[in-house]
Design a protein around this ligand. Structure first.
Ligand code: AP5
Length: 197
């Protein structure tokens, strides 16, 4: 089984790209599971009455974010294992999360060791385009990521955090550009890396 962790700054389009990855894997008859880390954390955060929506998660006290992060990783690991030989597990998440208390590693040692990925993808796009995508995506509240200088800083931190996490488990780090209007191109690159063709 191959595990890929797909990271990218909020609004870069990783969930959109993963939608296209899903289409490609289905067409090829590959057994796969795409797991959105935020969904797994949100489910538990709602059960605990900590938040009303996913954009409040990163503003929670750090100890609660870390507990939700751990519970989510364990649940995703179990689901990925169930795919068995030849399956592909994909985790939609963040190498780093910008919180009011500072940068929180999205994939610290105890989490990355649970997930055990083969590759960590960094989905990237020019900061100005990320801002435009955020503005078009009205249903979400990403005001804490809505300045070009902040986006640039987070992208730099994300690369450093991704390398640090990958080093702990011997995973590779692959940068994939999500070009404007062509998320399928980025998806094809992700599938190629994961399946070798
Ligand atoms: P998460 O669920 O990942 O939310 P997010 O960060 O806002 O990311 P999204 O998935 O909503 O945005 P996206 O980048 O995938 O963009 P989208 O495809 O929607 O995380 C929620 C929260 O969970 C986090 O804030 C954090 O608190 C917590 N969390 C998650 N992982 C964690 C971890 N490991 N540790 C701790 N906490 C964690 O696209 C955006 C827009 O762009 C759309 O309108 C789309 O149509 C458009 N678009 C996309 N691609 C293109 C393209 N190529 N051309 C033109 N438009 C495009």
């Amino acid at each position: 089984m191959a595990i890929g962790i797909v990271t990218g700054i909020p609004g870069v389009g990783k969930t959109t790209v993963l939608g296209k990855v899903e289409e490609l894997l289905s067409k090829r008859g590959v057994r796969y599971k795409i797991m959105n880390y935020g969904d797994y954390m949100l489910r538990r955060a709602l059960e605990g009455n900590y938040v009303k929506d996913r954009d409040q998660i990163r503003k929670l006290p750090l100890n609660i974010q870390k507990e939700l992060q751990l519970q989510a990783a364990k649940a995703m690991y179990d689901e990925a294992q169930a795919l068995g030989e030849g399956g592909v597990g994909l985790v939609d998440t963040h190498a780093v999360v910008r919180t009011p208390q500072g940068y929180l590693p999205g994939l610290p040692k105890h989490i990355i060791e649970i997930l055990g990925p083969n590759v960590i993808f960094l989905i990237e796009a020019p900061p100005a385009l990320i801002l435009e995508r955020q503005k078009r995506d009205q249903g979400r509240s990403r005001l804490d990521y809505s300045e070009e200088s902040v986006i640039e800083e987070v992208m730099q931190f994300a690369r450093s955090f991704a390398v640090a996490s990958a080093t702990l488990v011997g995973a590779s780090v692959k940068i994939v550009i999500n070009r404007e209007g062509s998320p399928e191109e980025a998806a094809a690159e992700v599938v190629k890396v994961l399946t070798g063709g």
